[in-house]
Design a protein around this ligand. Structure first.
Ligand code: 173
Length: 500
């Protein structure tokens, strides 16, 4: 049997001849040449995107969207043609586009990290320096992005009721999350496609989390492989796993059991994404290249971006009845991520879950879903009435819109164990890599220290619901933010003069 290593080198000019279904479609990924002709119509992202790279190096496009083992798992070994000839490597290396050069120049002009004072700073710099595609993917929200903005503004309807004269010479903002130590009441939540933002991808988050004693929730759809994220952790570092459930439950079982074996400490099943939301900003980035060798039959119907394509495996039939099965395949604590009302939180307790994340998926799923922080208030109220909370076996988390430690402390005051932070971690990673994420976490620590002193709480246990006024939390502003309202709608007309 021939092994991979026996294959002859392939010249770049030979690869360049294989650009059509008739002549065969070859692509180069990581300096290896593959024949993907027969795979074109099976590709979840459609044939069109592959044809765009026919005869060329597709590595850059491929990397963020596929885990490193995707090719090996999907293509039969004989479709590996051979290594790209060393003499060709230079000739096929893409010239850097003008757009990319501009981006590189901007990255080189990033201010030193000690000038970054808040998570907002990272966001502003990420918008300036990320590729259009990456920015569109990370920053987009569902529909008119009203829920996405609401996540952020909902925190502004909660105000503090600080206490004074409480000896805050020493403050301690560390906590336990599901029994695991955390240096602060936050965790890095799961977000997909890390290599869109930074070439090293999610391991940047792993490393920064390890350095700062923060828990990382590993995403199902990362650019790095699961094992890369586990291997990047230091001993004693805690990692959780976010899980998209595959219609093929055997695949899901394999993922869970592998994660458990590799030391993951909890499983967060995403329950708010039976279908991926429509995110217009991302969708407008759909792949359309007039130069590509697209044929009539290759018209792509999936026009909702790479995320939609790679999420096609998610099982929309998942239901409460399935939860018992998860308990048969793992001993890990199981939590539901994406609960949005108290009724479902009660059902989660009754189903024996170890907790819930009150979340609307960063405003990327159902438009007009309420913010996690708003849902927290009703969930804690109702669970308390039923004597289901506080409960050492059931913890409540919130995510969405968090930019400040003060936001986190509001959630803690209202009953959350900790809060998930997603986009700000991606923005700090995309701008400065691991060091950026470390700086973001340090900024949060500095904010926690100051805020605990100023609200008069030496430890997180000293914070309770009386330290906040959340009485306005359900009073929504109905203005659709500053986006569509300011661009598409005309100002209301008023009476004007009529010069004679
Ligand atoms: O919010 C997302 O973009 C997300 O969760 C996702 C799901 C599937 C594929 C890629 C991203």
């Amino acid at each position: 049997m021939s092994t991979e290593n026996d294959k002859p080198e392939v010249d770049g000019q030979e690869v360049a001849k294989h650009t059509t279904r008739e002549d065969g479609v070859w692509v180069i990924i990581h300096n290896k040449v593959y024949d993907v002709t027969e795979w074109l119509d099976e590709h979840p992202g459609g044939a069109k995107i592959i044809l765009k790279y026919a005869g060329k190096d597709a590595t850059e496009e491929y990397e963020p969207i596929h885990p490193p083992d995707a090719i090996a798992e999907n293509l039969p070994p004989e479709k590996y043609i051979g290594p790209l000839a060393a003499s060709s490597i230079k000739t096929v290396v893409k010239e850097i586009t003008q757009e990319e050069q501009v981006r590189q120049d901007k990255l080189a002009a990033l201010p030193p990290l000690d000038e970054i004072l808040s998570l907002h700073d990272f966001e502003a710099l990420a918008k300036e320096t990320m590729s259009d595609k990456a920015w569109a993917y990370y920053s987009s929200g569902a529909d008119d992005e009203i829920t996405m903005r609401e996540n952020y503004t909902a925190f502004h309807r909660i105000w503090f009721r600080p206490r004074i004269l409480r000896d805050v010479s020493k403050v301690d903002y560390s906590t336990n999350i599901l029994g695991f130590k955390s240096s602060m009441p936050i965790y890095i939540t799961a977000t997909a496609l890390g290599k869109l933002g930074h070439k090293d991808g999610e391991v940047c988050l792993t490393k920064a989390a390890g350095k700062h004693g923060v828990i990382q929730m590993i995403p199902t759809l990362a650019s790095c492989s699961f094992d890369e994220m586990i291997d990047a952790a230091i001993p004693e570092q805690t990692q959780f796993l976010q899980l998209y459930v595959n219609a093929d439950r055997e695949k899901t079982k394999k993922i869970i059991q592998h994660a458990e074996k590799r030391g993951v400490k909890a499983l967060f099943i995403t329950v708010d994404a039976p279908q991926l939301g429509r995110r217009p900003k991302d969708m407008r980035m759909k792949f359309d290249d007039p130069g590509s060798k697209v044929q009539e039959t290759d018209v792509v119907t999936r026009d909702e971006g790479a995320a939609r394509a790679i999420s096609a495996f998610i099982d929309p039939s998942l239901s409460w009845k399935d939860l018992a099965w998860f308990k048969t395949v793992t001993k890990l604590p199981i939590l539901l991520k994406g609960v949005q009302c108290w009724e479902d939180a009660v059902m989660a307790v009754e189903a024996g879950m170890q907790g819930v994340v009150l979340s609307n998926h960063g405003g990327r799923q159902l438009e007009f879903a309420r913010s996690g922080i708003e849902v927290l208030v009703e969930v804690v109220d109702e669970l308390k009435k039923r004597k289901m909370f506080p409960n050492p076996n059931f913890e409540i988390f919130v995510d969405g819109g968090v930019r400040r430690a003060s936001d986190v402390l509001k959630a803690v005051a209202l009953g959350a164990t900790a809060v998930g932070i997603g986009r700000p971690m991606l923005y700090s990673m995309s701008t400065y890599g691991t060091e950026g994420v470390e700086r973001a976490l340090q900024i949060l620590k500095d904010e926690f220290e100051m805020n605990l002193r100023l609200i008069g709480a030496p430890t997180l246990k000293d914070i309770d619901a009386n330290m906040v006024d959340a009485s306005n939390i359900s009073k929504h502003s109905t203005l659709p933010g500053e986006s569509i309202f300011n661009t598409n709608y005309d100002r209301l007309a008023t009476a004007t003069l009529r010069p004679k």
